[in-house]
Design a protein around this ligand. Sequence first.
Ligand SMILES: [Zn+2]
Length: 295
Amino acid sequence: MGRLSPGSHNWLAGIFFASLSLAGLFEPARAAISVSNENPKQGQTVEVSLPRKEQIDSAVSAADLPTLQFNERSYQLFPAKESNGVQSCQWRVLLSIPADLPPGTYVFSTGDGKKQINVVDGNFPLQKIRLPKGKDTFEASPGEEEAVDRAKELLSPERLWRKHFDLPSAARISAGFGIKRVVNGKLLPDYTHSGVDFAAQLGSPVRTCAPGVVVLIGRNWKLHGNLIAIDHGQGVVSFYIHLSKILVKKGDEVKSGQMIGQVGHSGRANGPHLHFSLYVNQVATNPCDWFKQLF
Ligand SMILES: [Zn+2]
């Protein structure tokens, strides 16, 4: 609520705002923004929430939803739900701190509130890899990058997960999120690893990390090879890359842990492995946190 200090000389203003409030016209100023982590590392997901006064029905149009500004972008908030599916009295958005956002102070702002956060260095290591001739380029197939970008931009209103995400492969992680790469002796400028690599054997199962809908299938693409993308709702989309086999089709509804494909080395890969990426509102996030905690 808007506060007036006791003994304030602004008693006229007090009466003015009190009467507006009684008339139901006065929205409380400085709605409190809460964040799950005020000191997030580069690549970490942050939950931002705002108090909400009334229940709303799910048919509310996107134009009526509040937005949050951060890092020169606007993010749409959704009505939050409890784990039993009942609406709670909050608006909520998940966003990822970009892996390449310089550490320092940033501000989340809404129409009438602000919250400062401090982005911490992710300390991503350097990895040296060798790629055979012909696979050491970043040239994409026609339409490949556009299709992947469109999948990242999805913003379905319904959140389809209710627990932490499952691992997409049982294999060990051979390359973590955010690492910088030296390929065939050359540091790749402006490159950070956008996901996690699982050192899985050729043909081993690839499973969904959470319930969702298959929104993109890519075949024999130069960079991603064979790819599956799954929309989990509210801007969260997972990608399964370099597959040898795809077992689902576009539009399929999938459960968490469902086998959707097999590990391969299609596209720009130096050997069989699963590259798994998780995008939150179009920004790659470190999926390892999602395997441990519920967002
Ligand atoms: Zn990878």
